[in-house]
Design a protein around this ligand. Structure first.
Ligand SMILES: Nc1nc2c(c(=O)[nH]1)N[C@H]1C(S)=C(S)[C@@H](COP(=O)(O)OP(=O)(O)OC[C@H]3O[C@@H](n4cnc5c(=O)[nH]c(N)nc54)[C@H](O)[C@@H]3O)O[C@H]1N2
Ligand SMILES: Nc1nc2c(c(=O)[nH]1)N[C@H]1C(S)=C(S)[C@@H](COP(=O)(O)OP(=O)(O)OC[C@H]3O[C@@H](n4cnc5c(=O)[nH]c(N)nc54)[C@H](O)[C@@H]3O)O[C@H]1N2
Ligand SMILES: [Mo]
Length: 646
């Protein structure tokens, strides 16, 4: 490998940006990561997560050698020893019990093309157990599939044609900066960018208006807006009558409450609701840009579908500059048969978000589990239960970068490369650009990619011939659907390409891949009050700007987590700024440091997600294990807590 160079690559961190990057390498060491100006989506920009990523790559806590736990302590072993032991144990379990007693848990840390072969390994091994459901975006995708037939979002560049934008439960300043120039552009052209988020986020100051509904109750706001549009004759009659089904039922829902009643239900003043309706009527087209916060409710589909229907009413569907955009299919360019799921149609699947409970109730019991690119002990709800369940697994293999809450429980820990050390391809859940991973530096220490780990393991099994291939051979196979549409791997590795299937404006022909060929308006409205009213606050465990999911180091976590709460409410609880308090509910408790914010809603508290239990910073000891009604998502925010001074 050349030792001084600039390498074109893509950020693979779990983020909708998936920025095109340049790695600047001096003497074989990556010294700087910058945004690639040739990338059409991020156009040279990149975020704070990228700036600090090299610290993570070269961090002294990063694990660079395979480790085995002996008498409670990790010792360094060779790859041969590690992989032989894993393969031997797998064979023994398959022979003596059943492949079912082996669990594969694939987290969301990196979702690149070559990761498809991971699950294939377990499918070839037999009817092993895998996970179902998702801790991320399932509810949104399924809800939009119900309405549109298929969730397809607008390319960010289409927001050049928007005259207003509603950011609904999304925090791009922290989680996806490639929206920011488009927000500014709309405002520069005299349009409004409106944030709807119960929390005072970093994005709020950049917006023309910030509406803070009662958490989880946005559906009432969407219906109120639709009612105003209808009452003023400004609904998109053409689209509602000719391109939708269920319009009469939907209209009945819309007219089921008065604006005053809706205002009370979502706790947004009538005045603000009318102001927002005015934007929808006068600054068309409106781009509705939805985030992942909206998914994390048990009845998220009611909210999401009410917003889709509002988009239909406001004339935003199938219109350039409009749309109700929520995300992209990050596996779109690949051949899904590579997963090999058809080999094991009847296999057992455990809910990811209930993994603790599932493990404890399983028959046969899991005897060996392998986790890659995930940290379920920190990130899955009800962390105390999850941790116990993982501790009880007789043999746990974790492949990752750091000894996080899951890694620390491993019997064997396999050190994996970062995207700077790998060749691969990655698509995105925030846009339709397919980007390359070109190796910029040699693997640190003895780190191996997940791909190499699975190929090495594959060599130890009779299915070797089917499975063990070179990286390039697998990439050709996985990318076949894209190659058949004219994409070449060469152009991907040079810079990347747009997915050839990406529409310029989704649904511009007003034809929808639903059963009826029409847009399906929400027909039934189901939104119960919510659980655990005996606790005082809704717990909003949202994404922090400064770190990403649980990708933090031990030394970064010396202080307790901050809890943000309304200043008056905090004072009544006897709390001052900087004071330590206990946050607790039926699932557990953590200590936090109070930050009193005058403008914050009084019925919620905010604690950032992703901290580790090892440092007392895991907010998921408080969250409820639950599956959303639609889409098998995770309703993290259906959690209420009390706070008291220490
Ligand atoms: N810096 C950083 N970037 C990240 C991440 C990170 O942890 N840190 N995480 C990555 C991941 S995994 C994902 S999925 C994305 C998430 O990206 P986003 O969706 O932008 O971020 P979230 O914080 O999950 O949720 C956004 C907002 O939704 C709001 N929200 C929650 N419930 C409701 C509700 O009922 N109504 C309304 N209107 N708003 C609500 C929250 O208050 C929050 O501010 O970001 C990715 N990028
Ligand atoms: N309370 C609360 N909890 C939440 C959420 C919330 O809003 N509130 N949001 C949820 C969301 S949106 C998500 S997506 C999940 C994320 O939860 P997880 O899927 O567990 O993901 P991460 O916390 O990002 O942990 C990923 C780990 O994989 C490692 N890693 C990265 N790339 C690779 C790779 O290529 N190979 C291997 N072997 N390891 C790699 C990283 O270093 C990191 O240790 O958490 C959820 N948890
Ligand atoms: Mo996520």
């Amino acid at each position: 490998m050349e030792i001084n160079k600039t390498v074109v690559t893509t950020c693979t961190r779990d983020c909708p940006n998936s920025c095109g990057l340049l790695v600047h390498v001096v003497d074989g060491k990556a010294v700087k990561l910058t945004g690639n100006k040739d990338n059409p989506i991020n156009r040279g920009k990149s975020c704070v997560k990228c700036k600090h990523y090299l610290e993570r790559v070269y961090h002294k806590e990063r694990i660079l050698y395979p480790l085995k736990k002996v008498d409670g302590e990790f010792i360094q072993i060779t790859w041969e020893e590690a992989l032989d032991e894993i393969a031997d144990r797998m064979k023994k379990i398959c022979k003596e019990t059943s492949p079912e007693a082996i669990l594969y848990y694939q987290g969301f840390g990196t979702r690149s093309a070559l990761k498809l072969v991971n699950r294939r390994f377990f499918n070839l091994l037999g009817n092993t157990t895998i996970t179902k459901g998702t801790t991320c975006g399932g509810a949104g995708q399924s809800s939009q599939d119900l309405d549109f037939g298929n969730r397809i979002s607008h390319d960010v560049r289409d927001y050049k044609n928007s005259n207003s934008m509603i950011l609904w439960g999304r925090n791009p300043v922290a989680t996806g900066t490639n929206l920011l120039p488009f927000m500014k552009d709309i405002k520069d052209r005299g349009g409004q960018v409106i944030l709807i988020d119960p929390v005072d986020t970093e994005t709020a100051p950049l917006c023309s208006m910030h509406i803070k509904p009662k958490p989880g109750k946005d559906a009432y706001l969407a219906l109120a807006l639709s009612r105003i549009l209808h009452e003023q004759g400004k609904e998109d009659k053409e689209f509602l009558y000719h391109c939708c089904i269920n319009y009469e039922d939907y209209k009945n829902i819309v007219y089921s409450h008065t604006i005053k009643e809706y205002s009370d239900l979502c706790d947004v003043s009538e005045n603000l609701i009318y102001q927002l309706a005015k934007v929808l009527m006068e600054q068309k087209p409106t781009a509705f840009v939805l985030g992942w916060g909206l998914h994390r409710w048990e009845y998220a589909h009611t909210t999401l579908r009410s917003i889709d229907a509002l988009g239909a009413t406001a004339g935003s569907i199938g219109v350039s500059g409009g749309g109700v955009s929520q995300g992209f299919e990050e596996y779109a360019p690949y051949d899904w048969s590579v997963w090999g799921d058809s080999l094991q149609p009847g296999r057992r699947k455990m809910y990811m978000q209930l993994i603790g409970e599932e493990l404890r109730n399983a028959t046969p019991k899991i005897q060996l589990a392998m986790v890659t690119a995930g940290n379920p002990v920190s990130m899955v709800p009800n962390a105390n239960l999850t941790k116990k369940a993982f501790e009880e697994i007789p043999f746990l293999v974790v492949a990752g970068h750091f000894l996080d809450d899951t890694g620390i429980l491993a019997d064997i820990f396999l050190p994996t490369t970062t995207f700077l050390e790998e060749k691969d391809i990655i698509a995105s859940y925030g846009h339709d650009f397919i980007g390359p991973l070109n190796p910029a530096i040699e693997p640190l220490g003895q780190c191996k990619s997940d791909f190499d780990i699975f190929m090495e393991l594959g060599k130890r099994f009779p299915f070797e011939k089917d499975y063990v291939k070179s990286r390039d051979e697998w990439l050709e196979i996985i990318m076949k659907p894209s190659i058949e549409k004219g994409v070449s791997l060469d152009e991907i590795f040079q810079l990347g390409v747009m997915n050839p299937d990406a529409p310029k404006v989704p649904y511009i022909d007003k034809k929808f891949p639903t059963e009826t060929g029409k847009f399906q308006l929400i027909q039934e409205f189901d939104l119960p009050e919510g659980r655990d009213r005996e606790y005082q606050f809704q717990l909003m465990s949202v994404a922090p700007k400064d770190w990403l999911c649980s990708e933090v180091t031990f030394t970064e976590q010396t202080e307790l987590l901050t809890i943000k709460l309304n200043a008056d409410v905090g004072s009544k609880l006897g709390l001052g700024n900087g004071q330590t308090c206990i946050v607790e509910n039926q699932f557990g408790s953590i200590r936090c440091i109070a930050a009193l914010i005058p403008s914050l809603r009084k019925d919620l508290v905010v604690i950032y997600r992703g901290g580790w239990g090892q440092t007392g910073r895991n907010v998921n000891v408080l969250t409820r294990g639950l599956v959303s009604k639609v889409g098998n998502g995770t309703p993290y925010y259906e959690t209420r807590v009390n706070v008291r001074a220490l």
